[in-house]
Each structure stands twice: as C-alpha cells, then as structure tokens.
Design a protein around this ligand. Structure first.
Ligand code: G4P
Length: 551
C-alpha cells in the first residue's frame, strides 16, 4: 500500500497535499457481467499489468473455478457465501487501482449490489457473441441508481460475434446509455484483425497467438501503406466506413456525461489473448472518476476532508476457516486511515481502536499501515459492525446506508428441534446482520418462523449449511412459491388505504415495513393496474437510527 508517502506537518501525519495526491492517484471499480463473459480472465490480465498476479495468485485458476458444482459449493459453503469476493489493489504507472471483486456466481448477486455501493466506476463486460445478458442488465440497474460511470469492454472478439454496430445499438436502446466507441474492430472471429483507435486513428493489429497466449501488439497509423499488406482491403474498408458512420452520428466523448453515468466509452478486445486490455486500462485510468464525495446525512463528504471517514459495505464470516473470524469491509471515504487509529462508530457512538486493520488481496491478507479514500480495508468484526455503518474521526458524519434489493426466492426456515431454538435465533439474527440473507416475517406474530429471502437458491443453501456448521442447528427449508417482492412506499398506512388486495402475500421486513410477495410479474402488474395509487418499489429505502427486529 501507499505507505511511502512522506508524513508531514499535521497532527495526524498527513498534509492536505499528500491527501490530495493520494486521492488523485486512485481509481476504484467493480466489474459487472454475466457469468462466462470473461470476468475472471479480464481480472487476471489487468492484474498482470500491475505485476500483482504472481505475488498473490489472487484470481482462482479457471480450472479450479469450474470444478464440478458440488465441489465448488462445498468450498463456498465452508468459507461463507462468497470467497471470490474481495479487493484487489495494485499499482500501475502512477496510479493505485482498487478492483472491488464480486462473486462469480449469480446467486450471490446481493453481494455484488452492495459492493457496487463502494465503487466509483464500473466496467461492464459483454461477450461479443451474446451482447447484453440478464445478470448484466440487473447489475446495470444498480449502477444507474447510483449514477456510476460505466466503461464497456466487449470481449471475445477473437471469436465469431454479433455486428459491433448492433451491440452499440442494444446498449443505447435497452439501457438508455449513449455508447461511444473508443476503438473500432476490424473484422471478427476468424477474421478479426485488430482495432482502430478512434481518437488517434492508429491501428492496433491482432496476431493470433496460441490459445491462452498473449497476442503481440503491433501499432500502425491508419494511413500507413504497410497496413494494406497486413489487412484485407474489404475488412479495413468496412471498419473505416462504420467508423465514419459513428463520426457522422456526431456524439462526442463528453467526460462529464461519462461521470454522470449517461455515456459509456466502449472498447473491443479479447481478454483471453490479452488483446486490447492494456489500451483499455490506459484509457480507463485517463477517463475514470477519482474517489468522489459521498452523500452523508449532512450533505456530501469530500474525500479531501482531513478527518477519516468510511462505511462498512460488506461483512464476511469465516473467510479463514481456521480462525472462524468475521471481517467487515470498510470503504475509506475521506482523510487518511492509519493503523491503531481510534474511530467513532456512528450508530452506537462507541469509540473503537482499529488495531489490526487488514489489506485483503484475494485470499491473502496483510496488516495495513494506512489507507486513503477509494481504498478498502478489512476489520475484524466481533459482531459490532453492520452493513452501512459509518466510522469516522473528528466531527460526526454518517453516510447514507445501503438499500436492500429485491429478493427473488422465499422460503420458510423451520427449526424442527425446539431445544435448539436459542442457537437457531442467534444464527438467524447474525446471518441477517451480516447480510448473508434477508429475513422477512409473517404479519401473523403467532407464526414465529422466519422467511428467508434471497436472490438465488444457493444463497439459501449456504445459510442452511452455515446454521448447521457454525451454530449447530439443523433446519428445513420450505419454499413459499413466490418470485417477486415489492416494498410499499408509504408503509402500512398506504396499504390500509387501498383495502383488500388479492394474489399476493403481505409480510414484513426486519424494520416492520410491509413487503408484498407475488407469484409472478403478471400478478404484480395486475395489482398495479387495479391500484394505480399504490406505489411499490423493488428497492427498500435505507433505514437509519432504528434497530431491526430480531427473531
Ligand atoms: P467469468 O469469470 O465471467 O465467468 O468468465 P471466465 O473468465 O471464466 O471465462 C469464461 C470462458 O470464456 C473461459 O473458457 C475463458 O477462457 C473464455 N474466454 C474469456 N475471454 C475470452 C476471449 O477473449 N476469447 C475467447 N475465445 N474466450 C475467452 P472456458 O472454456 O469455459 O474455460 P477454460 O477452459 O478456458 O479455462
């Protein structure tokens, strides 16, 4: 980490200039994609440029990741919900890059939603043959809510893919995001010859290396006569024609629009052959947002605020099964964080000394001496942190919390053994606190069993497995058969006003707010048509200052 900054004048050892430099250098992002688009491969290649990959072997070998599902599940289950979700920090040129890695499996996308709350930029990775896929669309919606700048990498250009223009049209038509191609491909699949950088009008040629090997980059000017010997006329002509079409369409690469999340710079490449990855990284570093001011209860909190502040965006238990520990991931938002610092915990008002902060790199961990806005630190969490909690020094700040996202499967959690109730209760409450699963409750208080609400089946199974392994309770899952959840804006009063409603089940969340469960979107639409005044939301607003109900 950036421990080599000279300490200087101020009491906490950091001058305003040092802080400004550290912020200026930092870029932080998460990758959003559908499984198989190439996230692991791209991450590996990006780390290679930072020289980080040999150090830590942070990215799991694909072979390993692709083990038969049962093996993989076992591994995930033993380690908590998502061992693949950590932070990868590396230096590249003058920059310090934080890649907030997210779980590969879509059943754990709740984790990804929360990680996006800590990211300043997102890279949207598409498979050139498939274009936009369901998981990418969902994650994009989360980015849109937060207006995160999105950089698009269209991958697997070495394989037959869809027409590049149609891929851009799809982004525009379906996401309402203006695409701006930074480079343009020459041919595709077997006939992929490289890309033309639109801003410099230089061609980066692709040479087909053996599978998995790095392709060599040869760069020529578009008007260099040698190009004709290397690339077929018709392919080059077509690429230039298409590029001219884009120019004629007239959109400009407006950085303000990029930062507002309205325009996405698009890059074509092939992660597996490492083609186009370095130019992508360079352009990304040039255009991406630096760590930005984050909203707090008293207005935006600038990263250059000299006092430290940060928030917990993720909790993970048992990352290291030998220690049965719990780690809170904190995104640093302002000031300089230092080891052994005393900080205030905004929710409880307690002062905590952070004596063993960790830097997490894939599976590796090291004690961190300092950290700056945009960085992520891991804190040992003996139950005192919850997702969304703020830590600070100086005058009190409190960040906006992290909303709950709509779950898609629901199941009663039964405890067949009454003598194990204490452990059952402890386990359910702790796993909810950790964000491993959302808990809903029947409105009829006599039915005490909680309802587990998750994004994917595997998420439920992990909860069940952890209850057994960590709390010693065997449980039964009983599916409820609903697929859609909506929070009611206006709460119980709004719901009472519309009177009886049909084809949905009313339950309450941990903050006693009404949640409607529907069997399908058709039923949801029907209800909305019948009661146009009833406002429903797929994201639960953040609650602050109120303790959730426990089992
Ligand atoms: P994910 O993390 O998004 O799930 O995807 P991952 O990187 O694991 O990649 C999924 C598959 O796509 C892998 O193939 C990977 O090699 C391949 N891939 C990634 N980028 C490219 C690319 O630019 N071009 C081509 N042709 N393939 C690419 P696999 O056969 O499933 O695994 P493996 O046998 O390669 O390990």
């Amino acid at each position: 980490m950036s421990a080599n900054l000279n300490s200087a004048s101020k009491a906490d050892g950091t001058s305003v200039e040092e802080l400004a430099q550290a912020v200026d250098r930092r870029r932080n992002f998460a990758i959003i994609s559908h499984p198989d688009a190439g996230k692991t491969t791209l991450t590996e290649k990006l780390l290679l440029y930072g020289g980080a990959i040999q150090q830590a072997g942070a990215v799991k070998a694909r072979g390993e990741q692709r083990k038969v599902t049962s093996d993989w599940m076992e591994l995930e289950k033993q380690r908590g919900i998502s061992i693949t979700s950590t932070v990868l920090q590396f230096d590249y040129g003058p920059n310090t890059i934080n890649l907030l890695d997210t779980p590969g499996h879509q059943d754990f996308s709740e984790d990804t939603y929360r990680t996006l709350a800590a990211a300043d930029n997102a890279v949207m990775l598409e498979d050139a043959a498939k274009g936009l896929e369901p998981q990418t669309r969902k994650l994009f919606e989360v980015c849109r809510m937060r207006e995160i700048p999105i950089f698009t990498f269209i991958n697997k250009m070495d394989r037959p893919g869809r027409e590049p223009l149609s891929l851009l049209d799809e982004i525009e038509a379906e996401l309402g995001l203006t695409p701006w191609a930074v480079n343009w491909p020459i041919g595709s699949g077997e006939q992929f010859r490289g890309v033309i950088d639109r801003r410099t009008r230089r061609v980066i040629l692709f040479s087909r290396a053996e599978r998995g090997r790095q392709s060599e980059e040869q760069v020529l000017a578009l008007d260099d006569p040698k190009l004709k010997e290397l690339v077929e006329d018709d392919l080059l002509e077509q690429a230039v024609e298409e590029m001219d079409l884009l120019e004629a369409a007239g959109a400009e690469l407006d950085l303000e629009m990029v930062h507002a999340g309205e325009l996405t710079p698009v890059f074509f490449g092939s992660a597996m052959t490492n083609f186009g990855v370095r130019p992508f990284l360079d352009a990304f570093l040039e255009m991406a947002q630096r760590p930005i001011a984050r909203s707090g209860s008293e207005g935006p909190i600038d990263p250059l605020r000299p006092d430290f502040s940060g928030f917990v965006f993720k909790l993970q238990a048992n990352m290291d099964p030998r220690h049965r520990d719990r780690v809170a991931f904190v995104r640093v938002c302002s000031g300089r964080f230092e080891k052994d610092m005393n900080v205030r915990h905004a929710r409880t008002g307690k002062t905590i000394r952070l004596s063993r902060p960790q830097k997490l790199f894939g599976q590796e961990r090291a004690v961190v001496e300092d950290a700056y806005p945009g960085d992520v630190i891991g804190l040992n969490n003996p139950g005192m942190f919850a997702i969304g909690d703020t830590l600070y020094t100086g005058t009190k700040v409190e960040f906006e919390g992290i909303p709950c996202f709509s779950p898609e499967i629901f199941s009663w959690l039964r405890n067949p053994n009454p003598s194990a109730f204490k452990n059952f209760r402890k386990g359910v409450n702790e796993l909810r606190e950790e964000g491993a699963v959302q808990i809903l409750y029947d409105t009829d208080q006599s039915r005490r069993d909680p309802i587990l609400a998750a994004v994917g089946q595997l998420q439920l199974e992990v909860v069940q497995h952890r209850l057994e392994n960590e709390y010693g309770v065997e449980t039964r899952l009983e599916p409820l058969g609903y697929q859609v959840a909506r929070w009611v804006n206006g709460g119980w009063a709004a719901l009472d006003k519309v009177g009886r409603i049909f084809n949905c089940k009313t339950v309450q969340d941990a903050w006693s707010r009404p949640v409607l469960l529907f069997k399908n979107t058709w039923n949801l639409n029907q209800l909305q048509e019948e009661h146009v005044d009833l406002e429903l939301s797929s994201v639960a607003p953040v609650v602050s200052g109120v303790e959730p109900i426990s089992l």
